[in-house]
Design a protein around this ligand. Structure first.
Ligand code: GBH
Length: 460
């Protein structure tokens, strides 16, 4: 059977705030998500990550599960405020937080599971937001983020060889600072571009530090994870073809182009004008080339037409209905996701052609419609999720084998059903069902499917 490259890694991904719970235990300081969840109306079911999947306490079970699924790697994120409760460079480091992650990492390695660590998956220490406005304050946040990264490289870098600086900065800028749907809940048309700039700088300076002071001794790699839905033009009219490119520029290019090419996309420059925050030549020297690989989170494809009034996506109208009236694929529980494997293959090709770096798919996954209303015995038979994964891993294999795109790894989202941000717990993305009253974990059929597929397609 067709094989993946011998160094290919696969596994599942999670994020600290979505699974850990124990938000006041072990010396952890509050993050902006703790506060955001308390704001009435922000989380659909009024919930929070206070308990989540209780993984701060049940992490050994999580590793057992990973082991039983036959994975080679596990991607998870560190809670900044568990490591430095107040977040800043003058603030104390929390030994308990370090030991927690250290034990987890050691347990993974004992089980031959390679850790991929995300430094920042949206849970900024609340103290930094209060002290100086968090991501809005360039001078402070870049230094504090780099200090936090340094603490992590020192504490875990002997064991951890794969680092991801940021998860999906798009969500931080647009959902956090433009639409107010994510923490810290701001609504502005200037702040997203300031934050866009500062997130890139923080990333780039952390990478510079790693390369200069740790890479040689520790021998790891470091990069950033960006998200993108493939943009399929509604028809071949020049305006809709241009709209599809603009959609990619506003979702992905706003980060990827400065980082990999040294400039914002032309369409972003044209539309945002002087609200865009440019890089000085000194800054640019640090930013360009500041990622060892292309980290990609992707879930779906959108059919795109020119027009609409949403500046944040470059004035494109997105949907799932093709010109012939048909839908792209199976509808997920969330409105923004339908199954469309060919878009994944096209996106992988686009990234390789545009940025010429090996790709790690750091998230990809599906939430079955109304899964939360089904009894456990039915929910674990997640046929739509299997259809999704089957299509997507095959599309990836085609991109690797037929198109020669160097994809190096694949992480399904997610190991567990978990706290799905503004959706709360009603949206389930896991390959493992979590009963939130008992915290018991139940493998879904999709976990077995991926285990089998990867065992058939990877060599030992
Ligand atoms: C990922 O984001 C996240 O990294 C992960 O934490 C999350 O659990 C997972 O997806 C599943 O959602 O305002 O229409 O954009 C994927 C990109 C960004 C898609 C936020 C959903 C909210 C709806 N997500 N978006 S919208």
């Amino acid at each position: 059977m067709a094989q993946l490259p011998s160094d290919f890694v696969w596994g599942f991904a999670t994020a600290s705030y979505q699974i850990e719970g124990s938000t006041t235990a072990g010396g952890r300081g509050p993050s902006i998500w703790d506060s955001f969840c308390k704001t009435p109306g922000k989380i659909r079911d009024g919930s929070s990550g206070d308990t989540a999947t209780d993984s701060y306490r049940l992490w050994r079970e999580d590793v057992e599960l990973l082991k039983s699924y036959g994975v080679k790697a596990y991607r998870f994120s560190l809670s900044w405020s568990r490591i430095i409760p107040l977040g800043g460079r003058g603030d104390p480091v929390n030994g308990e937080g370090i030991s927690f992650y250290r034990s987890l990492i050691e347990e993974l390695l004992k089980n031959d599971i390679v850790p991929f660590i995300t430094l920042y998956h949206w849970d900024l220490p609340q103290a930094l937001d209060e002290r100086y406005g968090g991501w809005l304050n360039k001078e402070e946040i870049v230094k504090d983020y780099v200090n936090y990264a340094k603490v992590c490289f020192e504490a875990f870098g002997d064991l951890v060889k794969n680092w991801i600086t940021h998860n999906e900065p798009w969500a931080v800028t647009i959902l956090g600072y433009e639409k107010g749907a994510f923490a810290p809940g701001h609504q502005s048309n200037t702040e997203p571009w300031i934050v866009n700039h500062n997130l890139i700088l923080a990333h780039a300076h952390a990478v510079k530090l790693y390369r200069e002071q740790y890479k040689q001794a520790q021998g790891g790699q470091i990069g950033i994870t960006l998200d993108c839905h493939w943009q399929l033009p509604y028809d071949d009219s020049p305006e809709n073809v241009a709209a599809a490119q603009r959609g990619i520029d506003f979702k992905l290019g706003r980060f990827a182009d400065p980082i990999y090419k040294g400039t914002y996309p032309a369409s972003v420059i044209e539309i945002i004008g002087d609200r865009l925050v440019y890089f000085s030549p000194e800054e640019l020297a640090v930013v360009v080339g500041s990622s060892d690989f292309f980290g990609l989170n992707t879930y779906t494809t959108q059919v795109v037409k020119a027009g609409g009034d949403d500046e944040s996506n470059g004035f494109v109208k997105t949907g799932f209905t093709r010109q012939d009236g048909s839908q792209l694929g199976t509808q997920a529980h969330v409105p923004w996701l339908q199954t469309y494997p060919p878009g994944f293959r096209l996106l992988l090709n686009y990234l390789w052609d545009s940025y010429k770096l090996p790709i790690y798919v750091t998230e990809n996954g599906f939430t079955v419609k109304d899964e939360n209303s089904l009894p456990l015995e039915e929910a674990i038979h997640d046929a739509d999720r299997i259809e999704y994964f089957h299509g997507y891993v095959n599309a990836m294999l085609q991109a690797i084998q037929e198109d020669n795109v160097p994809v190096k790894g694949y992480f399904g989202w997610s190991l567990l059903d978990n706290f799905e941000w503004a959706d709360g717990y009603q949206t389930r993305f896991g390959v493992t069902y979590v009963d939130y009253t008992t915290q018991k974990r139940y493998p879904k059929d999709s976990a077995r499917f991926l285990k089998k597929w990867f065992s058939e397609h990877t060599s030992e």
